[in-house]
Design a protein around this ligand. Structure first.
Ligand code: TXA
Ligand code: MG
Length: 310
């Protein structure tokens, strides 16, 4: 049997038994469990050391199964057709008779739903008869994983299995849009807000300060490499790791390029991996060159600002 297929089968067997395993997505790796099971979803919180009050995103293969759990509205259908499967998460109204575990929603009447694009995870989702609750596969408040090795770096032997899907193509989490009342962006991410606005014919903007602490995991400290980060720096201090986005003439071994050509999409993809590499090199702090706030730049800056409040 093809190796990927046998790995998907192994993942399914563990999930069917109520275990929690890591799965690849195009954004970051997720720590997945049966979203209908209290016991299975409980394991996610324990392994991640995640506060029970922070709800989880639920992953579906298609709208068909989602209809059992959520009421769908026009804006959702519009955005679903344009961006799913892909790096966008929708907050929808939960149906009263839904089987989604209360652990997932923290007893709220809304649900975060996403249709991941990664081929292995799509195949897996089509084979199981329940959706998958899956937060990013990192210890709470730490850097999100973009490879199997990153997941093992976070959990070591504590994780039962990681379905290896190679390196995540986007490298940043999904954009979260609430469609409960007026559309609202709760988290910046892999789908640009300008594209969402174009599809909805709106002009919504992300406002970090307006968010409730619980919504969209906008806890102040997140994505943290555990050392201080200084932003908008022209010249780093001695022995400080320096994150750059444009090529400089001189070479220095403490330079870490997210891109050499100011390519923001490439930079987003490299951000978490670069932070993880720097952390391992035992630098005491990180300086970051100014990154433009356009397109993916806004999401990169959002993550860096939160990572800097370590
Ligand atoms: O790209 C992604 O979205 C990745 C991959 C694995 O799909 N997942 C991910 O999950 O980033 P997580 O748990 O690390 O971040 C999702 C955020 C949480 O911080 C949570 O607060 C928020 O979504 N969230 C979940 N349910 C919500 C809800 N009903 N209303 C508002 N925010 C919600
Ligand atoms: Mg996360």
């Amino acid at each position: 049997m093809n190796k990927d297929l046998s790995n998907i089968k192994k993942t399914k067997l563990l999930l069917d038994k109520g275990e929690c395993v890591a799965i690849p997505t195009e954004t970051v790796y997720g720590l997945a469990a049966n979203a209908y099971s209290d016991k299975a979803t409980c394991k996610i919180f324990k392994l991640k050391k995640r506060p029970k009050t922070n709800p989880l995103i639920v992953h579906y293969a298609s709208i068909k199964m989602l209809k059992n759990d959520c009421s769908l509205n026009k804006s959702f259908i519009n955005l679903y057709k344009k961006f799913s499967p892909g790096p966008i998460t929708f907050i929808l109204k939960l149906k009263k008779n839904s089987k989604i575990s209360k652990n997932v929603t923290n007893y709220d009447q809304t649900l975060a739903v996403r249709f991941p694009k990664h081929i292995l995870t799509r195949k897996l989702l089509k084979k199981i008869d329940y959706p998958l609750a899956a937060p990013s596969a990192n210890i709470s408040s730490k850097i999100s994983p973009v490879t199997k090795e990153d997941v093992l770096d976070e959990f070591g032997k504590k994780i039962k299995y990681v379905l290896d899907g190679g390196r995540a193509k986007i490298g940043l989490e999904s954009t979260i849009v609430s469609l409960i009342n007026k559309p609202q962006i709760l988290r910046l991410g892999g789908t640009e807000v300008s594209k969402i606005n174009y599809a909805l014919k709106t002009n919504i903007k992300f406002n970090r300060k307006k968010k409730k602490l619980n919504s969209a995991g906008q806890g102040k400290v997140h994505y943290s490499p555990g050392i201080p980060i200084r932003l908008n720096i022209k010249k780093p201090r001695l022995n400080e790791a320096f994150i750059l986005i444009k090529k400089r003439k001189q070479y220095s071994k403490n330079f870490y390029y997210l891109s050499k050509k100011n390519n923001l999409k490439e930079a987003a993809k490299k951000l978490y991996k670069t932070l993880r590499i720097i952390k391992k090199k035992k630098y005491k702090s990180i300086a970051v060159e100014k990154i433009s706030n356009l397109g993916f730049g806004e999401a990169i800056n959002d993550r860096l600002i939160r990572a800097s409040k370590y």
